[in-house]
Design a protein around this ligand. Structure first.
Ligand SMILES: Cc1ncc(C[n+]2csc(CCOP(=O)(O)OP(=O)(O)O)c2C)c(N)n1
Ligand SMILES: [Mg+2]
Length: 344
């Protein structure tokens, strides 16, 4: 088993605490009407952070769904500003620029999965020594895109890691209404590559599974499907009331397996963490978030930026839309205070 070192575990806890604190602050900003709908990270921290700590940000790519970006600090502190641009509904939000190997937020479920396979295949064709990791939820796995992408990746032997975050819910749809299969990992059998299930609250287990999958991919042995089993500890988004459908005893039991508290306790026991460090990390996380929020708010609104990444050159229709937006004729969806409504 590839175990992270003490120093790596400490860095992972810093990223996990940072993500949680920043997610909670963003939630509060939404309640104050300062940002749009957001999807909190609570319960997913060990999975996202453990996975990206097993990758090489200089070569490997990450394709998030929508819950992960706030926890991708390892890929660069600049990502936070893009998260905040996204949250305020800025057209440039989510377009994380090169050389950071993180693709934009994906709200249209599962569309990032075929993108990941195409990207991984492209790396192979260019002899680029990198792998691609794509995050998606249990709900997204019901989309045709997942099956098409999995099948193609198996046939091509593409260097891609499919990371299904099974948080037991897709908004209010429980996992037993999502699939009759014995697990999400089991679906890899039909694609002809390994599927493994890990405890997604255990950062070491996630790190190990991703590391193994990465080595396989780099050795030309093709894809792996990893199912990380977690529990969504918060609401689906700021637009959701989970008390209407999440059984109270279930959430209570899941709180007992909280991934952040678990790693905190382990590192405290090993003498690698204490209350003073925790307070320092939390304060730094809030300072960074506030700075990123202020920077995002003062970034000029380029109303036509949303059209920039569609084609190398605008089609006739896009050119008309761009002209309309620049003339102020089009509706950008951004309110007078620079805030948009729901993204989901
Ligand atoms: C193609 C598509 N269909 C439906 C939706 C509405 N929708 C947004 S989030 C969501 C649930 C997704 O669940 P999951 O993939 O398990 O991710 P989680 O939110 O649990 O992290 C749904 C159905 C959407 N965004 N895109
Ligand atoms: Mg889910």
């Amino acid at each position: 088993m590839a175990r992270p070192t003490d120093e790596q575990r400490r860095e992972m806890l810093v990223d996990m605490v940072t993500a949680r604190v920043q997610s909670q602050r963003t939630w509060n900003l939404q309640r104050q009407g300062q940002v749009g709908t957001m999807a909190p990270i609570e319960g997913h921290e060990a999975t996202v952070v453990g996975a990206v700590h097993a990758l090489d940000p200089g070569h490997d790519w990450v394709l998030p769904q929508y819950r992960e970006p706030i926890a991708l600090r390892r890929y660069g502190p600049e990502i936070l500003e893009h998260v905040m641009l996204y949250n305020i509904g800025h057209p440039a939000g989510g377009h994380i620029p090169a050389p950071i190997r993180v693709l934009p937020y994906q709200i249209s479920l599962a569309t990032q999965i075929p993108h990941a396979v195409g990207l991984a295949w492209g790396l192979t064709l260019q002899d680029d020594p990198g792998v691609v990791l794509v995050f998606f939820g249990d709900g997204s796995s019901s989309e045709g895109d997942f099956y098409e992408a999995g099948n193609l990746a198996g046939v091509l032997g593409a260097p891609v890691i499919f990371l299904c975050v099974n948080n037991q819910w897709a908004i209010s749809t429980p996992v037993h209404r999502q699939t009759a299969a014995e697990s999400f990992a089991a679906k890899a059998a039909a694609f002809g590559f390994p599927g493994v299930q890990v405890d997604g609250n255990d950062v070491d287990a996630v790190y190990d599974a991703v590391q193994t999958a990465r080595e396989r991919a780099l050795a030309g042995q093709g894809p792996t499907l990893i199912e990380a089993v977690v529990y969504r500890l918060g609401p689906h988004t700021t637009a959701d009331d989970p008390t209407r459908y999440v059984p109270a005893e279930e959430i209570e039991a899941a709180q007992g397996r909280d991934p952040v508290l678990r790693l905190c306790a382990e590192l405290e026991e090993a003498g690698l963490w204490d209350d003073a460090v925790q307070a320092e990390v939390e304060a730094a996380a809030l300072t960074a978030l506030d700075a990123a929020f202020e920077a995002a708010k003062s970034t000029p609104l380029a109303t036509d930026a949303m059209l920039d990444h569609c084609y190398t050159e605008d089609t006739q229709r896009l050119a008309r839309q761009r002209a309309g937006l620049l003339a102020g004729a089009g509706h950008s969806g951004v309110g007078p205070d620079g805030v948009v409504g729901s993204h989901a």
